[in-house]
Design a binder for this molecule. Structure first.
Ligand SMILES: Cc1cc2nc3c(=O)[nH]c(=O)nc-3n(C[C@H](O)[C@H](O)[C@H](O)COP(=O)(O)OP(=O)(O)OC[C@H]3O[C@@H](n4cnc5c(N)ncnc54)[C@H](O)[C@@H]3O)c2cc1C
Length: 393
């Protein structure tokens, strides 16, 4: 949509083929229906790729301020919360509709319910095949997204098309998703939300990623924004045959020594109560029961019976709870795709393929995945703008 607006804004005739029944369906689901469309904080590490500087160069040309200005011109007044920008209307639909209105205003021809099935370079441009017919075009912008959330239209069609034109595809994996943990204890902690820090390690103990914030404990594993942020590294490690694990700190505000002292006091003062009761007010009761079991204690055992060794183990587990990762949740749950068309074969200034002149690639289809916080849409705006600008020249 951004590419079409930018190209049509330069007077070019633009045709958009969209396989879903309307444009920009995924936008409606973004930011929990509120559309977090960019972020004030921008840095290279917010955009992950085998070539980290690729996206960052584009962001220098069309970054958060340009996106805010562009959308303001379309009528979207920004509302900021801790650097995250949303439309002041609080409705993702405002963003989708503003884009569609501008496309219509610029005379972009829009065919919905039409799936592109093939792209073929010809002597004077491109032949595009769809399930409805064939089209000739001077230039093509491939903006079909990645593979995450296929219910919104993006089911990985672009990889086959790009590959058939000679492009390399960096392994495509789910990212910004939850983690399925090893073990069977998770059923008991399902539904609990806690503040904590998680650190992802490789089997060999190399730190791969870290984040903190609200962790959502679910009956198959762990979710929440910090888990989303580290999940792409877990997905890559698992794909490479590693056995990554998380270390979870659920008591970040306390040192191990302070926690041990606190537990000693509880053993003393509340020793006549069962373990879960002695931990009441300190930990969520569901979590306390799991923790006690994992530390080799029974939830019903009185706190006075905890040995020093058991008590230390309990405190250690609160600070360093090791969680083996069995898998990351699939594309149906993921918000974005890690991997995609290798950026080495794309000119970062124009988004034009280095292999096929006249072909431009944008967004999630490329090997760029942003962190949570408006960075994936920012990358869609940036790459769409650059592709539209140069294809439309
Ligand atoms: C639940 C959810 C919440 C999210 N929230 C945020 C957020 O708040 N902030 C943020 O920055 N990012 C968010 N994201 C990520 C963000 O939405 C995507 O990274 C971004 O939309 C990618 O843009 P794109 O143009 O590359 O692809 P898409 O938005 O996926 O668009 C691709 C379009 O191409 C169409 N298409 C696919 N194949 C074909 C074909 N063969 N022929 C014709 N049309 C085709 C699809 O139907 C789709 O309309 C979220 C994602 C999800 C799933």
């Amino acid at each position: 949509m951004m590419a079409a607006i930018t190209a049509a804004g330069q007077g070019k005739r633009v045709l958009v083929l969209e396989k879903m029944d309307r444009l920009g369906k995924k936008l409606l689901a973004t930011g929990n229906g509120k559309c977090n469309y960019t972020n004030r904080y921008q840095a290279q590490e917010c955009y992950r790729s085998r070539e980290p500087e690729f996206a960052w160069k584009g962001i220098q040309v069309f970054g958060a301020q340009q996106a805010l200005d562009f959308f303001h011109q379309l009528g979207i007044l920004p509302k900021e919360r801790a650097g995250y920008y949303y439309p002041a209307s609080g409705q993702a639909a405002s963003v989708r509709e503003a884009l569609e209105r501008r496309m219509e205003g610029l005379g972009v021809e829009i065919h919905t319910g039409e799936r592109v099935t093939g792209l073929y370079p010809g002597e004077k441009g491109w032949l595009i095949e769809s399930d409805h017919g064939k089209y000739g075009a001077e230039k093509v912008i491939l903006s079909v997204g990645g593979q995450a959330s296929p219910v919104h239209g993006s089911s990985g069609d672009g990889y086959d098309m790009a590959q058939s034109l000679g492009h390399e595809i960096v392994p495509v994996l789910p990212a910004l998703t939850s983690c399925i943990l090893k073990g069977d204890f998770m059923k008991k902690w399902g539904g609990v939300r806690i503040q904590g820090k998680i650190t992802l390690y490789s089997k060999a103990g190399e730190q791969l990623a870290q984040d903190r914030g609200e962790l959502q404990l679910v009956d198959y594993g762990i979710s929440g924004i910090p888990v989303f942020q580290v999940s792409r590294y877990a997905a890559v490690a698992l794909h490479q045959g590693d056995q990554p694990y998380l270390i979870m700190d659920i008591m970040e505000d306390y040192s191990l020594r302070e926690l041990t002292q606190e537990l000693e006091q509880r053993r003393e003062a509340l020793g006549q109560y069962q373990g879960v009761q002695a931990l009441d007010g300190m930990l969520h009761s569901k979590l306390a029961a799991v923790l006690l079991k994992e530390a080799g204690l029974s939830a019903k055992q009185n706190a006075s019976s905890w040995s020093d060794r058991q008590l230390t183990k309990l405190a250690q587990r609160m600070k360093q709870w090791k969680l083996g990762i069995a898998a990351v949740s699939g594309f149906d749950k993921a918000q974005v795709t890690c991997g995609g068309v290798s950026t080495k074969e794309v000119d970062g200034k124009t988004m034009e393929s280095r292999l096929c002149p006249g072909l431009y690639l944008t967004g999630e289809l490329l090997d760029v995945d942003g962190i949570c916080g408006g960075y994936n849409l920012q990358w869609a705006w940036t790459s769409g703008y650059l592709a539209g600008l140069h294809a439309g020249r």
